[in-house]
Design a protein around this ligand. Structure first.
Ligand code: SF4
Ligand code: SF4
Length: 338
């Protein structure tokens, strides 16, 4: 029995990139990882939070009067004393400038399913559906199972986006049987680097990914976020390709770096990660794609095994199916087959 009620950060309609066709995406609040380069920091904590956009504040002082925990002072650099704030949202309710926003709201399952079914006609016509994302939606298997059952009762295509860091038993029993597609990130191949940059070892991510790729009932697409100086090294990309080949993967995408989450760290009163504040230059992106193509074309120690066990993997040079799009997280995506 789940003790936590999941909160939803946002529901995004008309997404074209979080899976096939036109989709609605529900972003869950809560994640077991603390990636140093997370671009959805507002989806890390499970509880509600207040975001403060300084540029919208008209200094009216209404929030100070409304706060029952005396957590707000106009003269404070960060405005909100987060150690006192419980996310009740009373300040946001009176904010005339629209500077304060509560992040995270509980949706009863039936209400969420109802909202996700609203665009069912568009899903049918476009080959789209619903994607549950986050944060890490797999943290709430019973709730997610209930949502998925309601969607599948209407024959909706459903996907989850996951970091791969989840408890396999609950996932495989409650979530996997209802899915059509798993979109899974693989950021780092090295265990020590994972502990350093993701806050956790990648052991369970690799283990879960292997198990996902070993089953053949649900489609699995792997994405590699290209974080400058962290995940975009030749060594990491080569090690990831080597792992994916051995595991039988045949669908992987590169996600170029997206700096748009940095502003949210400030709004949440958190330390802003030391990362580039602009998108990666197109020339560098092309260079990274070229490097990646080169890695894919290289035979690896696992190539023989891979060709024997995974018929869908093509001999190099692989016929790459390229597609540059803008994802709902504002990343450019290039998709190809390994
Ligand atoms: S969310 Fe509630 S406790 Fe937090 S600052 Fe606003 S009014 Fe105060
Ligand atoms: S209520 Fe909103 S606009 Fe007014 S001082 Fe507070 S944050 Fe600024």
């Amino acid at each position: 029995m789940e003790t936590r009620r999941p909160l939803i950060v946002d529901i995004k309609r008309d997404s074209r990139e979080d899976g096939p066709g036109i989709r609605t995406v529900a972003f869950f609040k809560g994640c077991p990882l603390r990636c140093a380069f997370c671009h959805n920091p507002e989806a890390q904590e499970t509880g509600p939070e207040i975001a403060f956009a300084e540029e919208r504040c008209i200094q009216c002082g209404e929030c100070v009067k409304a706060c029952p925990r005396a957590a707000i002072a106009l003269e404070n650099f960060d405005r909100i004393d987060r150690s006192r704030c419980d996310g009740c949202g009373q300040c946001a309710a009176v904010c005339r400038g629209g500077a304060l926003r509560v992040i995270g709201a509980y949706w009863p399952v039936e209400k969420l399913a109802e909202a996700l079914l609203r665009d069912a006609a568009f899903y049918r016509h476009s080959g789209g559906g619903v994607t549950l994302s986050g944060g890490e939606c797999t943290m709430f298997p019973a709730y997610v199972q209930d949502v998925l059952r309601r969607l599948k009762a209407h024959n909706i295509h459903v996907a989850v986006e996951t970091s791969g860091h989840f408890e396999w038993k609950a996932f495989s029993r409650k979530i996997l049987p209802h899915l059509d597609l798993v979109l899974i990130d693989l950021k780092l191949a090295d265990r020590a680097e994972s502990i350093r940059y993701l806050s956790q070892s990648n052991e369970s991510i690799l283990h879960n990914l292997r198990r996902l790729l070993a089953q053949d009932t649900v489609e699995v697409r792997v994405r590699i976020p290209l974080i400058p100086g962290i995940t975009d090294s030749y060594g990491n990309l080569a090690a990831i390709v080597d792992f994916l080949r051995a595991a039988g993967a045949h669908d992987v995408s590169l996600l170029p770096y997206n700096p748009l989450g940095l502003a949210m760290y400030r709004r949440l009163g958190r330390h802003v990660p030391d990362l580039p504040s602009s998108f990666t230059a197109p020339e560098r992106e092309q260079e990274l794609f070229k490097i990646f193509r080169g890695i894919i074309a290289e035979p690896t120690k696992h190539t023989d095994e891979l060709i024997r066990t995974a018929g869908t993997i093509r001999q190099p040079p692989f016929a790459a199916q390229q597609q540059a799009t803008t994802c709902s997280r504002k990343c450019l995506t290039e998709e190809r087959e390994l």
